[in-house]
Design a protein around this ligand. Structure first.
Ligand SMILES: Nc1ncnc2c1ncn2[C@@H]1O[C@H](COP(=O)(O)OP(=O)(O)OP(=O)(O)O)[C@@H](O)[C@H]1O
Length: 403
């Protein structure tokens, strides 16, 4: 028996609007190669670009009309940070990318950042966004840039640079990555010598240092919405608790430094060493202070929100509940919970679909009765029957989720 639970529909989409019909887009739309110095906000109208390519997106429609409060998310030109996180594979990237597209199509110069070492932003946007630098995303009405931070790869390169140049290349390498600040703070500690046993938190330090750039660098000042596609729960919690985490790491670094210092004390002047050590300790203290600033930012209810993404299964709901509790403990603002991949009611006699949906409804009930999750605004997102890839498809998903 054919399963008819998924309603097929087709869409017609220009760069800034979607109506029913055929999903169309102009693949040669101009790239935003340069960041504009000043941003003018104008009302968005439908594009007049002729559709040059078309394909169909079939989807479930109308499963839920729960509003996400997007009006509140989009209002104001003061910068806001949205971090989307949850269990692996639930749709964090799809939700984050669709939110970023929606912000950009609503007049916000937007940056979407992946801090997940296993990036899927490139796959989601169907564009090559790798390389660890800002890459313009083709398609939205307003500038949308993506940044994939790969801390593990960065550490590898860092290690190589340290080996090749006997440590002298480390600063150049970090400068090249825009991490000069970290190099300045840690350079004197001869990190190259410590890389065989990297202090825990170094990966996260590299990721968070990019966040610090947002705060300090002119290059990023144009972005009024920054959306984070975070790594699965465990990594995210480490990232959020980084300042404490780094505190411990700094302690470890200083201890190691002390060991190195005493091992070489026979050939160095004690006075000079003490100076260097004190200097390095001061710099680390500065780094710690900066981290604390980031910590404050991510706990600022005016500028930051963590959106939990989950799916309607008992396992995912349990993990989301724990994540919510941890975020609350860290005082990170959480308001919204996206429950993704919900099956529509099946008008057919597909037993599998009926059972699956029943299961999902039970999981939704769990959410409603969960002390951690019940107070969050629940946004239900349907399971669509094609893979969401590319800006037009993300716009389509975003228009369903972010209303
Ligand atoms: N609502 C949806 N309907 C249909 N497919 C979806 C939906 N949401 C996500 N998917 C698909 O599920 C897969 C995983 O999605 P995605 O990469 O967004 O999840 P993730 O949580 O970011 O994964 P990871 O933890 O591996 O980074 C992708 O193939 C995506 O296209």
């Amino acid at each position: 028996m054919a399963c008819r639970s998924v309603i097929s529909s087709s869409l017609h989409m220009t760069n800034s609007m979607a109506v029913k019909g055929v999903l169309s887009f102009a693949p040669n739309a101009p790239l935003f190669h340069h960041l504009p110095k000043a941003v003018t906000f104008v009302s968005l109208s439908s594009s007049t670009k002729p559709p040059t390519k078309s394909f169909q997106v079939r989807s479930v429609v109308g499963t839920t009309e729960a509003a996400s409060g997007f009006d509140e998310m989009v209002s104001g030109t003061k910068r806001k940070y949205y971090m989307l996180g949850g269990k692996g594979g639930v749709g964090k990237t799809s939700c984050a990318a669709s939110l970023a597209v929606k912000f950009a199509n609503n007049g916000h110069p937007t940056l979407v950042v992946s801090t997940d070492p296993a990036h899927s932003l490139s796959d989601s946007f169907a564009q090559d966004l790798t390389g660890g630098a800002l890459v313009p995303v083709e398609g939205p009405d307003y500038p949308l840039f993506a940044l994939e931070i790969n801390p593990e790869k960065s550490r590898e390169e860092f290690r190589d640079a340290a080996k090749k140049n006997g440590g002298t290349g480390v600063k150049d390498f970090m400068d090249g990555m825009g991490l000069g600040m970290i190099a300045d703070q840690l350079g004197e500690l001869k990190l190259g010598e410590l890389l065989d046993s990297p202090p825990p938190g170094l990966d996260e330090a590299i990721a968070i240092s990019k966040v610090m750039q947002f705060l300090e660098s002119q290059e990023y000042s144009m972005f009024t919405r920054i959306v984070f596609d975070t790594a699965p729960t465990g990594h995210t919690l480490r990232l959020l608790s980084l300042p404490d985490f780094l505190d411990a790491s700094i302690g470890k670094i200083l201890k190691l430094r002390e060991k190195i210092a005493s091992a070489t004390s026979a050939i160095k002047s004690v006075f000079g060493q003490e100076n260097t050590r004190q200097n390095a300790a001061d710099k680390l203290e500065k780094l710690r202070e900066r981290m604390l600033k980031v910590r404050e930012l991510f706990r600022d209810t005016d500028s930051t929100e963590f959106v939990i993404v989950t799916i309607p299964t008992v396992m995912a709901v349990s993990e989301s509940s724990r994540l919510s509790a941890s975020l609350k403990k860290e005082n990170v603002p959480v308001k919204r919970l996206v429950v993704n991949q919900i099956l529509p009611p099946s008008p057919s006699d597909c037993k599998f679909c009926a059972m699956k949906r029943k299961d999902q409804m039970r999981a939704l009930e769990l959410i409603q009765n969960d002390p951690e999750l019940s107070s969050l605004l629940m946004i239900q997102a349907p399971l669509v029957d094609v893979e969401i890839r590319g800006v037009p498809a993300l716009k389509f998903l975003g228009d369903i989720i972010w209303k």
